[in-house]
Design a protein around this ligand. Structure first.
Ligand code: PDD
Length: 288
C-alpha cells in the first residue's frame, strides 16, 4: 500500500505528515528532553536496524524514558511501505522520542506517556564525488555536554559547528577537546596511522556510531589494525588518511583539514578498503 501523501507515525497511529502536530508543551520542544535515532533503508531494506534500536534503547534507559525501542521495528517497515519507499535508492527512517507533554517544570512529569514520532523520507545520499574524491574539513572546539554517547536531541553545538564549517567554505568539521580529537558534527572520525586505523574510544565523549562499530568489526575480521584510543590534532595533521563514518554517508574520505592536505590529498588505499568492507556489510544486510 503506498499513498501519495507522506504518512508518519505519531503516538500509536499513522497520520498524514502535512497535518501531524506536537504540542507546544512537549518537553522535546521546551527542554530538548528526548532522544532520536536515524537508520537508512536501501530499496526498502533497513540497514543495521537491530543495532540502531539497541542504541536507542540504551539512550532511552540512560535518560529514563520508559519505552520499548524494539517495538518500533515493524513501524519502520510499515512506514517504508506506506510512503512508497520500497524501491527508493536511499531513505532515512527518523525516530524521536521525548518525555511527553506536560506543564513546564524541570522534574519528570508523572504518568505522562512519551511522545513517539517515526518518519521515513527519501534522501539524496552522498554524491559520488564525496565518496571518491572526499571533502574538506576544519577543526573546531567540541563545546558539547559531557554525555554525547547518548543520542539526545540537544544538538545546538553540533549545528553551530557544522555551520562554521560551511561558513568557512568546507563541508565538514572535526571536533576536539583540548587538542584530543573526538568526532564530527554528525559523524565519527578515523585516521590512518602506520597503516592501521585510529579512532576515539567509545566513551562519554563520542557517539558510538553504528557505522563506526561495523567498520571496526570488519577491520578486525580482515586483520586491519584498529586502535580505539585518544588521538590528537597533531596526529590528525600527520595522518596518512582521514575518513568519516555515518549512517547516511557510510565512509567518506577527508582530504584536507584546516587548509592542509591529508597525506597525498586524495582518497587513500585504506579508506577505499574500508569503504569496500562497509559495502560488503550493507550487501549482506540487503540479502537479509
Ligand atoms: N548522526 N557522531 C554524531 C555526533 C552523530 O550525530 C552521528 C550520526 C554519528 C554517526 O553515527 P552512525 O554511524 O550511527 O550514523 C557520530 C545522524 C546520522 C544524524 O544526526 O543525522
Amino acid at each position: 500500500m503506498s499513498g501519495d501523501e507522506p504518512v508518519l507515525y505519531l503516538n500509536g497511529g499513522f497520520v498524514p505528515a502535512a497535518t501531524a502536530t506536537v504540542s507546544v508543551d512537549d518537553r522535546g520542544f521546551l527542554f530538548a528532553d528526548g532522544c532520536y535515532e536515524v537508520t537508512v533503508a536501501i530499496e526498502g531494506q533497513p540497514i543495521a536496524l537491530d543495532r540502531h534500536l539497541a542504541r536507542l534503547q540504551r539512550t532511552l534507559d540512560s535518560i529514563r524514558i520508559d519505552f520499548d525501542a524494539a517495538s518500533l521495528a515493524p513501524i519502520h517497515h510499515e512506514l517504508i511501505e506506506r510512503n512508497g519507499l520500497a524501491d527508493a535508492a536511499l531513505a532515512t527512517v527518523y525516530v524521536q522520542i521525548t518525555r511527553g507533554v506536560a506543564p513546564r517544570t524541570h522534574a519528570f512529569p508523572v504518568g505522562v506517556p512519551p511522545t513517539v514520532l517515526v518518519r521515513a523520507q527519501a534522501i539524496a545520499g552522498p554524491s559520488r564525488a564525496a565518496i571518491e574524491n572526499g571533502s574538506r574539513a576544519i577543526t573546531g572546539d567540541d563545546i558539547r555536554w559531557g554525555r554525547v554517547d547518548m543520542k539526545t536531541t540537544g544538538l545546538l553545538p553540533n549545528v553551530l559547528a557544522e555551520q562554521a564549517a560551511l561558513d568557512a567554505g568546507v563541508d565538514d568539521v572535526i571536533l576536539h577537546r583540548d587538542g584530543v580529537v573526538t568526532e564530527g558534527s554528525h559523524t565519527n572520525v578515523f585516521g590512518v596511522i602506520d597503516g592501521g586505523l585510529v579512532t576515539a574510544p567509545a566513551d562519554h565523549r563520542i557517539l558510538p556510531g553504528v557505522v563506526r562499530g561495523i567498520v571496526i568489526e570488519a577491520a578486525h575480521g580482515v586483520g586491519l589494525a584498529v586502535a580505539e584510543r585518544e588521538w590528537t590534532l597533531d596526529e590528525l595533521a600527520a595522518a596518512d588518511e582521514v575518513f568519516m563514518t555515518s549512517t547516511t554517508a557510510g565512509a567518506r574520505p577527508i582530504i584536507e583539514v584546516d587548509g592542509a592536505p591529508v597525506g597525498a590529498g586524495r582518497r587513500g588505499p585504506v579508506t577505499t578498503r574500508v569503504q569496500g568492507l562497509y559495502g560488503e556489510f550493507v550487501a549482506a544486510e540487503r540479502r537479509g
